[in-house]
Write a protein that binds this ligand. Structure first.
Ligand SMILES: [Cu+2]
Length: 499
């Protein structure tokens, strides 16, 4: 692809006005130019007239689900990375990548206890890896930087599902190439079900009252290509677009029943942080990255940094005829319109108890490790002073021992003059957030379950409780890293083995 195309970005025009103009072939070169980095998300209201009513004019796409195929006791999933073309705006063709389709991929349904094989085939012209984010599995099945799938090649992640019900996801983890490969469209949900999740009586009609909500931001060139400015600003602050996509749908709406509606929120953006809320609607948080919460918790909003998940249940009973918006309170932008239609065939209430979480005892911690996330200079992003080296093991973590991992967003080398967001993701297993900035009271409701990714605003420190209980392997490492993908690609990553 012509790199120069990626520097031309749309600015100064609302997404929905752009969509309407695009559809009429009215967008000209005069609107182009300037860097879109750090772009705000445009409010939709101004262009409502142009689109004949609601600015949310596309039915929300629901990714297909794949259940796999049982062969000799192993459930196989056939997954193909491929290049394709997507039509985000009417009549505008955007070159994209996807899995079993042109953009994003199917939702992979796994059952706890089953032996599974995710059979990846790479039809792209470049190598990639496919990582099971949040999956508890052996390091050589992790799909991290070491399990490269060459063009035309295949690789299988085979393991037994040994973790609680949760919403995970898959995405590339290719050394130096993750940000662009994700941006082009590689990614999708993994939903793990277990006996508990299926006996709770939660909204579970996929695509009806159990909705995947995969949120991404993108920039488009006039030609309809994804714009990806490659400059120091992108490296330092991460890519941010001015156009929101949910499940690959621009300006999406969804007709829903007037009952309990479960949103499986995934921040699949490269760098943008969202505070999700449906103003005026009672919302309860039921699950975070790797587990349910013990009980539903009423929340006004949920802050999700890249790769974090949360499951919210909205109570829409008695709201027939209302038009509601899932919003991002950080930017003020609407994310998804919910049009409440008819009575619900789903459950009328949530259970008081969802699960039992067994957190290790922090007083049993054998040692403390410290991880300082820092920018040491332009484009030089490090953890504990080191950039990622796939030939170096940074930490060796003894199997079964409880540890405290202190993670700090230490800003620029000389202080915190320039605020940068970071987060911290650990592969292989989950962790528990014990404290934020020295206080357990500052741990947010959406951090009070099994987590694999945690947000760090400039200057933040978090204390994590870590215990790896299986899959010791001296040779094959797991990664820990910032999940702002431009930071990860710029070196803010390290490796550990479980020994
Ligand atoms: Cu970062």
């Amino acid at each position: 692809m012509d790199r120069r195309k990626f520097f031309k970005v749309a600015g100064g025009i609302s997404l929905f006005a752009a969509a309407a103009l695009w559809a009429r072939g009215m967008m000209g070169g005069g609107m182009m130019g300037g860097a879109g980095n750090g772009a705000g998300l445009k409010e939709a209201g101004a262009s409502a007239k142009q689109t004949g009513g609601s600015p949310f004019f596309n039915p929300l796409k629901i990714p297909s689900q794949i259940e796999g195929e049982l062969r000799d006791g192993v459930r196989h999933y056939d997954l193909r990375l491929q290049a394709g073309v997507s039509e985000f705006f009417p009549g505008v063709k955007t070159p994209t990548w996807g899995i079993n389709g042109p953009y994003l991929g199917p939702t992979i349904r796994l059952r706890k206890g089953e032996e599974v094989s995710l059979d990846w085939h790479n039809s792209l012209k470049e190598a990639a890896t496919m990582h099971g984010h949040g999956m508890h599995l052996p390091a050589k099945m992790d799909g991290n930087v070491h399990q490269l799938i060459p063009p035309g090649g295949s690789w299988s992640a085979r393991y037994r599902v040994r973790q609680k019900a949760c919403t995970n996801w898959y995405h590339p983890h290719t050394m130096d190439r993750t940000a662009e490969q994700v941006m082009l469209g590689l990614g999708g949900l993994i939903i793990i079900d277990d006996e508990e999740s299926q006996s709770l009586g939660l909204p579970d009609r996929y695509g009806v009252d159990d909705l995947p909500v995969v949120v991404q931001d993108r920039l488009f060139t006039r030609e309809g290509y994804f714009a990806y400015p490659r400059n120091m600003m992108t490296t330092m602050h991460g890519f941010s677009g001015d156009t929101l996509l949910v499940n690959g749908t621009i300006a999406p709406y969804k007709e829903v029943e007037a009952g309990l509606i479960r949103l499986r929120l995934l921040n699949a953006s490269n760098a943008r942080v969202y505070r999700f809320a449906v103003p005026g609607v009672p919302s309860r948080l039921i699950a975070v990255d790797n587990s349910f919460l013990e009980s539903p918790v009423a929340v006004d909003s949920v802050l999700l940094s890249p790769a974090e998940r949360a499951e919210l249940v909205l109570d829409l009973r008695g709201m027939e005829g209302k038009v509601l918006r899932l919003r991002d309170l950080e930017s003020g932008a609407g994310v998804l319109e919910l049009r409440v239609r008819r009575n619900s065939a789903g459950p009328a209430k949530l259970p008081a108890r969802l699960t039992r979480l067994e957190r290790p005892d922090p007083s049993q911690a054998k040692r403390k490790r410290t991880f300082r996330l820092q920018a040491m200079g332009p484009g030089r992003l490090v953890i504990n002073g080191k950039r990622m080296d796939p030939d170096r093991i940074d930490e060796r973590v003894p199997l079964g021992e409880t540890e405290i991992w202190e993670v700090e967003n230490a800003g620029m080398g000389m202080g915190r003059m320039m605020g940068m967001n970071h987060n911290f993701h650990m592969h292989g297993s989950h962790f528990w957030v014990l404290e934020r900035n020295g206080s357990s009271a500052q741990v947010r409701p959406w951090e009070r379950g099994q987590k694999d990714t945690v947000f760090l605003a400039p200057g933040d420190r978090v204390s994590l409780l870590v215990r790896h209980t299986d899959y010791a392997d001296k040779r094959n490492p797991y990664m820990f890293h910032c999940h702002i993908l431009e930071h990860e690609d710029a070196g803010m990553m390290g490796q550990f083995t479980v020994v």
